[in-house]
Design a protein around this ligand. Structure first.
Ligand code: SAH
Length: 240
């Protein structure tokens, strides 16, 4: 704590003396340190071991996906508000869902629920093409802008109801729904490639859900329940 206080004091002195660059650099170093700690403690310290997931999350500046007032806690293992009453998931859940996708690096991926764009960025670090759909226009617009500015040119953001998927770009090897649904939208099952994986929080949209992995094998779907989670609800057609 004393360390943080003195850093603020130095920051004020430096601002007063006009050295903004030095202050920004000091804060960036803090984020790098916090990110490393998050990877070691909250991901590797639990059951996240897939090197592609760890590498992706070691690279992405999560502080750029949260509100400016929350940047100081961007690397704590909690969901955070992103505006419009929505949240960015806690880092562990992002890592777990990505690990369940079992990505090798050549998959075509669809995400439903772009939110801040963080999960899309994690996927975009690993695979060549990420399609992501957001139903709330302000979030779709801000995420698209953020992903562009951070050079994630392999992501495509669409403002629509993700229930219906992205037919023109299907089939997908992986579909990830990052909002809670009480059933799997049939169009998404259809748009899943043979051997593909669908990951979603399935259950009550007002209480908690079970993170569920569904694998498509020909005409059959194999379902595995992973763990209990709490997500914001999927709205639109899923609620009718
Ligand atoms: N993956 C996001 C967090 C998801 S929060 C991130 O990394 O930041 C859930 C998001 O799903 C919210 O932004 C919400 O608006 C969106 N959502 C809810 N219902 C949806 C639907 N039917 N289609 C697309 N997006 C939806």
């Amino acid at each position: 704590m004393a360390g943080r206080k003195s850093r603020y004091l130095i920051a004020i002195l430096v601002i007063v003396s006009g050295q903004f660059g030095a202050v920004l650099h000091a804060f960036e170093l803090d984020f790098v340190k916090a990110r490393k700690k998050m990877i070691q403690k909250d991901l590797m310290g639990r059951d996240i071991s897939d090197p592609v997931v760890l590498k992706a999350m070691s690279t992405i500046p999560r502080e750029k996906f949260v509100l400016p007032k929350d940047q100081y806690r961007a690397y704590s293992d909690h969901p955070l508000p992103i505006g419009e009453g929505q949240t960015i998931s806690q880092p562990y859940i992002v890592a777990l869902m990505t690990q369940l996708a079992n990505l090798k690096g050549n998959e075509r991926v669809l995400e439903i629920g772009t939110g801040s764009g963080y999960q899309a960025a994690v996927l975009a670090e690993i695979v060549p093409e990420v399609y992501t759909i957001e139903i709330r226009k302000p979030l779709a617009e801000s995420a698209a802008k953020r992903l562009r500015e951070l050079d994630y040119h392999n992501t495509r953001v669409k403002h629509a109801d993700g229930y219906f998927g992205w037919k023109e770009a299907a089939p997908f090897d992986v579909i990830m729904i990052t909002a809670a649904a009480n059933h799997v939208p049939p169009p998404l099952k259809k748009q899943l490639a043979d051997g593909g994986r669908l990951i979603l929080p399935l259950g009550s949209t007002t209480y908690f859900q079970t993170l569920t992995l569904i694998e498509k094998k020909g005409k059959f779907f194999r379902t595995r329940q992973i763990t209990g989670v709490v997500f914001v609800p999927m709205i639109g057609k899923a609620r009718e």
